[in-house]
Design a protein around this ligand. Structure first.
Ligand SMILES: CC(C)(COP(=O)(O)OP(=O)(O)OC[C@H]1O[C@@H](n2cnc3c(N)ncnc32)[C@H](O)[C@@H]1OP(=O)(O)O)[C@@H](O)C(=O)NCCC(=O)NCCS
Length: 179
């Protein structure tokens, strides 16, 4: 899959090359973009311990495994800078369809890339005849999901570590969109 980006918004023109499906060789780059995006945006809302637990909850090996399987589809935004990624999205398509990742490199945020990655993920869902998308959003991304048409279902707590420590408990918001 290569999603057409012939008409990028003016602000994207110099930074975004194309969208494509992710594959196992992307594992390290996805992990890096995820960590940079989480640390840059989470620093105002979460403690260092929560951020560390969150970052550690997914490593290159788990990305490589997911990228080689069929349960999660990945859409990668390639940067105009060769070898760099602007961001990526992933959707778990088994069971209730769920946006599992949406990360934009801190230096590329605020240019419409997150909106377009999400649009590409929704288009993939529609192509698979999935008619809804759910997301467990962190508080720092809540305004984004509201801006792109998602409806708040409820708030809930999730433990970022396997140890059940209160220090790594964070509030998430469940958003939903009918596709
Ligand atoms: C959330 C994230 C993916 C948004 O990507 P982005 O490329 O910066 O967002 P866009 O430029 O496409 O913004 C789309 C809309 O959301 C709004 N928006 C985006 N981030 C926002 C924020 N933090 N606060 C308020 N509004 C925001 C924009 O104003 C824009 O609205 P508009 O089109 O009406 O002007 C990005 O900030 C990110 O990677 N965050 C860190 C990781 C994260 O929290 N991911 C979500 C996990 S649930």
């Amino acid at each position: 899959m290569t999603i057409d980006v012939r008409e990028p918004a003016e602000s994207q023109e110099s930074t975004l090359r194309r969208f494509r499906k992710g594959s196992p060789p992307d594992a390290d780059a996805l992990c890096e973009v995820r960590e940079l995006a989480l640390r840059a945006t989470g620093v105002r809302t979460y403690t260092p311990r929560q951020l560390d637990a969150w970052v550690r909850s997914r490593d290159p090996a788990s990305f490589a495994s997911a990228l080689s399987g069929d349960d999660e589809i990945f859409i990668v935004a390639e940067d105009a800078d060769p070898g760099r990624l602007s961001g990526f999205a992933s959707v778990i398509i088994r069971g209730r369809p769920h946006l599992w990742s949406l990360y934009v490199h801190p230096s590329r945020q605020g240019r419409g890339i997150g909106r377009r990655l999400l649009g590409a993920a929704e288009a993939e869902c529609r192509a698979l005849r999935l008619n809804q998308l759910n997301v467990a959003a962190v508080l720092t991304a809540a305004t984004f999901y509201e801006a792109v048409g998602y409806r708040l279902v409820c708030e809930f707590y999730a433990d970022l570590s396997s140890g059940g420590s209160e220090a790594t408990l964070i509030t998430l918001k469940h958003y939903f969109k009918r596709l």
